[in-house]
Design a protein around this ligand. Structure first.
Ligand code: DP6
Length: 359
């Protein structure tokens, strides 16, 4: 599959006005994407659990207009007009205009809301961009009803990726791989694919509690962080390691070797942050409470033999991953020991889910 197959040929611009709504989740990477080239192509393959409770709901009202040169849209976030988000979305529409020429034939009113608290430090770009991509594909499907569900999802992931790399992994679930990898024939740098193998039942409804350590604006954005991988002294080894880790993780997911899962996932999280610590300029996104929580998790595991582990994204919050059968014990551990390290005692219980929903 190459990019030309995403350029539509048989669109009939007959449709007047339409409104579509999608709810798409965030995701949490197990093997991390960190480093990319233009246009939004990853330097290594990544894999993530799609989440359920952390999601964005987006409605787009499309009204037919005469063709314009630049996408004509208004953006509302949680009921209020949000002009500061517009430049990012405008760039997205420019990037996708070749693949979605119809965006220039409609005025778009975009209404978005997140299920998680605003500025919780939870990356909303994955859920936000994937929701817009799904809405565009719904319009495309109305213009060309012949497109298959497979093509719909693949192109949605392709479009979402052009908005934010990790958004390509938020269309389907519960496990999605993005980036070309020799072990997975169907894998691609252009879009995410569902993990194609059997997955051991220990990973069914895998739990993720997000501990909100720091809800402030990040000091260094993901875009800047990705760019710092270009001249990074450890970059090549890191990209190689990530691809090897995916091969290992693929076996772990199939066999249910939870101890190896813990080792690999925690190592990936710390390696991601090690790349930040060793960038030029260097930066630190973890906070003292990020480390306090990690140490608490390690001693809890030591004491109880639990299978809980942690991962991190590009921020200070900690994602605690654990099997469903440990839910009760882990919830009381969080309430009694970990909530004190969270801003205003806040955390969000989530679990692996199946991806985007039309509503
Ligand atoms: C650390 O997808 O937010 O969460 O492509 O620039 O939008 P852009 O970056 P983004 O990067 C996510 C990085 C990560 C790891 C991951 O999700 O794989």
């Amino acid at each position: 599959m190459n990019t030309t197959s995403f350029i539509p040929k048989d669109l009939k611009f007959l449709l007047k006005d339409t409104t579509v709504t999608w709810k798409t989740p965030s995701n949490i990477a197990l093997v991390k994407y960190w480093g990319k080239t233009n246009p939004q192509l990853p330097k290594n393959t990544s894999i993530s659990f799609t989440l359920s409770n952390c999601h964005t709901t987006t409605k787009i009202i499309f009204s037919k207009i005469k063709k314009v040169q630049q996408a004509d849209f208004e953006l509302f976030f949680e009921g209020k007009k949000k002009d500061d988000f517009k430049p990012k979305i405008a760039t997205f529409f420019e990037r996708i205009a070749t693949y979605c020429p119809y965006v220039l034939e409609y005025k778009m009113e975009i209404h978005s809301e997140n299920s998680f608290p605003h500025s919780s430090g939870i990356a909303s770009s994955a859920s936000g961009m994937s929701a817009i991509a799904m809405c565009l594909m719904s319009l495309e499907k109305e213009l060309n009803p012949a497109i298959s569900e497979e093509f719909f999802n693949q192109k949605a992931s392709f479009l979402a990726r052009l908005g934010s790399g990790s958004a390509s992994r938020s269309i389907e679930g519960p496990l999605v791989i993005w980036g070309d990898h020799p072990d997975f024939d169907e894998s691609s740098d252009l879009y995410g694919i569902k993990f194609p193998h059997y997955v051991h039942s220990i990973f069914d409804n895998y739990q993720d509690t997000i501990l909100l350590v720091d809800k402030g604006e990040k000091q260094v954005s993901s875009t800047v962080g990705h760019n710092l991988m270009h001249d990074h002294p450890y970059a090549e080894n890191r990209f190689k390691q990530a691809n090897e880790n995916l091969s290992k993780l693929s076996k772990i997911l199939q066999t249910g070797n939870i101890k190896e899962f813990i080792k690999l996932v925690e190592s990936e999280a710390l390696t991601l942050h090690a790349m930040m610590l060793t960038s030029d300029p260097y930066f630190i996104l973890m906070k003292p409470n990020t480390l306090n929580i990690i140490n608490e998790i390690w001693s809890y595991r030591e004491k109880t033999g639990s299978n809980v582990c942690f991962t991190l994204d590009a921020g200070a919050n900690v994602h605690m991953l654990y099997p469903e059968n440990e839910k009760e014990q882990i919830h009381s551990f969080i309430e009694s020991k970990l909530a004190q390290y969270c801003q205003k005692g806040q955390f969000i219980h989530d679990f692996a889910g199946l991806g985007a929903l039309s509503i």
